[in-house]
Design a protein around this ligand. Structure first.
Ligand code: NAP
Length: 283
């Protein structure tokens, strides 16, 4: 994606993937301070471990507690999280958030729009790792929704939820068993767990829960390979709209590219590179 973006922007940069063992993380981050290095993306399993190695964090990265993008300026390293605004941008493209429900973006229908205009509709986040923290930030801080966190290990969901319990906050984050979620009030389910990533037949959610969602709810799976996960197939079989995380992947990359180069490259350039790599458009 970034190679296509450099080409589009007529810049001569390079983007290289490097596997870094945990023991070498500090040295690898130190290496980013070299002149000519614009920054880096940080992926699993270092998104949280990298925090103390950086000079500074953006407010969003601090709240989320995870960094996926490092920006280098004159020897100074800033940690940013573009997963959250990348997710928001893709959700908006899919019609979530009434401010952006334009003529081309009404995939979710009039009921969804009316529910949003009434201010109703909660978000369920599946998972409790770094991606889930970005999803909670998006749902609570950016979409301003109540959030239910459902995770295989309940204790991790409780820890995540309690880290957002700010006294007097208008919206709330609650850890919940799937069976206790008020499904008819949910407008959006975000899978931020890695279920379905290595075992395509695995879903993080009992399909019976999906049948209780309103038909205009969106099921969003951050997993993008396979292109249709078990969760997405179950949602579609129930008549719901489902999307994978390819759009988020492109949007978070676009935001990181802009942070490094101060150049705005259209998201279609990133999507085009992804579609070419995955040989076909998003299902
Ligand atoms: P992580 O920190 O390792 O967290 C993984 C989470 O998945 C944990 O909550 C874990 O539950 C849960 N989980 C794993 N296997 C499961 C299963 N079989 N059933 C139910 N839950 C399961 O990983 P992460 O960094 O948060 O990433 C999570 C996913 O998001 C990955 O698939 C990643 O590729 C994706 N992601 C996508 C984008 C994008 O741009 N589209 C960006 C970021 C991340 P326990 O707590 O019980 O272990």
């Amino acid at each position: 994606m970034h190679r296509a973006a450099f080409e589009h922007a007529d810049l001569s940069g390079q983007y290289t993937a490097v596997r870094v063992p945990a023991a070498d993380l500090a040295a690898a981050v130190q290496g980013l301070r070299r002149p000519g290095v614009l920054g880096a993306n940080i992926s699993l399993p270092h998104k949280q471990a990298v925090l103390p190695l950086l000079d500074d964090l953006t407010p969003a990265a601090r709240v989320i507690g995870a960094v996926n993008t490092v920006i280098h300026q004159g020897g100074h390293l800033t940690g940013e999280n573009t997963d959250a605004p990348g997710l928001l941008a893709d959700l908006r493209d899919l019609g979530v958030g009434h401010q952006h429900l334009g003529a081309n973006h009404q995939h979710l229908g009039a009921n969804h729009q009316h529910r949003e205009e009434r201010g109703g509709g909660a978000v369920v986040v599946l998972g409790a790792g770094g991606a889930a923290r970005a999803a909670v930030y998006t749902a609570l801080n950016l979409l301003e929704r109540d959030v239910y966190v459902v995770n295989r290990t309940v204790q991790r969901a409780q820890i995540l939820a309690s880290s957002w319990q700010v006294a007097g906050a208008a919206r709330r984050v609650r850890a919940s068993a799937a069976t206790d979620v008020p499904w008819p009030d949910v407008i959006l389910v975000i899978n931020a767990s890695s279920a379905g990533l290595d075992a395509p037949e695995q879903s993080p959610l009992d399909p019976a829960c999906l049948t209780r969602l309103p038909l205009d709810a969106l099921v969003y799976d951050m997993v993008y390979s396979p292109a249709q996960t078990r969760l997405m197939a179950d949602a579609r079989a129930t008549g719901l709209t489902a999307a994978n995380g390819l759009g988020m992947l492109a949007q978070q990359a676009r935001l990181a590219f802009t942070a490094w180069t101060q150049r705005d490259v259209p998201v279609q350039v990133f999507r085009g590179a992804l579609d070419a790599a995955q040989s076909g458009p998003r299902p």
